[in-house]
Design a protein around this ligand. Structure first.
Ligand SMILES: [Zn+2]
Length: 99
């Protein structure tokens, strides 16, 4: 499962895809800055969570991680559910490497 997570992180690197995922996760913000689902669920004066290529970081609560981690945070779900969400979001199914 860890390997599969890595593959998804490698798959989702381009900003248009990341941006669409953030929007479909219900995240609101400006540009690459979004309100943090962890510490700003009701919004706030300024969006403190920045999404960069391949990951995110919140400058308010310090939460950071990869794109799969962002799905987990926003949906408040576990890794398996996050990957299922990404599959339905992208219409893709990635297989873990066997080696
Ligand atoms: Zn935060």
């Amino acid at each position: 499962m860890t390997d599969l997570r890595h593959r998804w992180d490698q798959r989702i690197t381009d900003w248009p895809t990341v941006s669409k995922i953030a929007s479909d996760l219900g995240m609101r913000g400006q540009g690459r800055h979004f309100y943090c689902p962890g510490c700003q669920p009701a919004g706030g004066s300024s969006p403190e969570l920045k999404i960069h290529d391949g990951g995110f970081e919140c400058f308010r609560c310090g939460m950071r991680g990869d794109i799969v981690g962002l799905v987990k945070l926003a949906n408040n779900c576990d890794l398996e559910e996050a990957i299922q969400w990404l599959e339905s979001e992208t219409g893709e199914h990635l297989e873990p490497d066997n080696d």
